[in-house]
Design a protein around this ligand. Structure first.
Ligand SMILES: O=C(O)[C@@H](S)Cc1ccc(I)cc1
Length: 173
């Protein structure tokens, strides 16, 4: 039943081509955000939605189909619970220390250098991370781990890429 309901929602968002574009994704994310008063954010920028599409576009169509959207939506739902769990004062932001715990709670195993890089890339001047930056960071983390494992056929934790393969990975993200 829930699946049918979700498919109807998807159909409304996606329109005739049954694929969601960056603009359509931005509209649905920002409409949902309006229902969450304690998720302070200026909303998702188009560029952020383009990146989320790229990271989730496993069939290379340039848009996201039902399965890709379902995966993204389930991830955002679980990651917003983690965000709210750490945003105790309901400021709509979490600080860089809480971000470390949120990343760990989401199951990502990083090192100190990466935690610092994430703070530099996603936090504001007060070292706080707002909700849309938080989600974009997690979508990128999940997408990049997934891309690495897709290349790591023998699962030895080592991949070999030539420069064009590297650019294919990093430019469409
Ligand atoms: O659908 C909702 O409002 C909750 S349950 C999950 C959620 C929260 C924020 C966003 I943006 C997307 C989804």
């Amino acid at each position: 039943e829930e699946e049918k309901h979700f498919r109807n929602i998807f159909r409304q968002i996606a329109g005739d081509d049954m694929e969601i574009s960056a603009e359509e994704l931005r509209n649905v994310l920002n409409n949902v955000l309006k229902k969450h008063k304690n998720l302070k954010t200026e909303g998702f920028a188009l560029e952020s939605c383009r990146s989320m599409i790229a990271l989730m576009d496993t069939d290379g169509s340039g848009k996201i189909n039902f399965d890709e959207f379902r995966h993204l939506w389930d991830k955002i739902k679980s990651w917003q619970k983690i965000f709210k769990n750490y945003d105790m004062d309901h400021s709509g932001t979490i600080n860089s220390y809480e971000m470390r715990n949120a990343v760990r709670d989401a199951g990502f195993r990083l090192n100190n250098q990466l935690y610092d890089i994430i703070t530099m890339r996603y936090a504001d001047k007060n070292m706080n991370i707002d909700f849309d930056s938080f989600i974009c960071c997690f979508v990128r983390l999940e997408g990049m781990f997934r891309a690495f494992h897709a290349f790591d056929k023998d699962g030895d934790g080592i991949i070999k890429l030539n420069v064009l393969e590297w650019l294919q990975l990093t430019m469409y993200a």
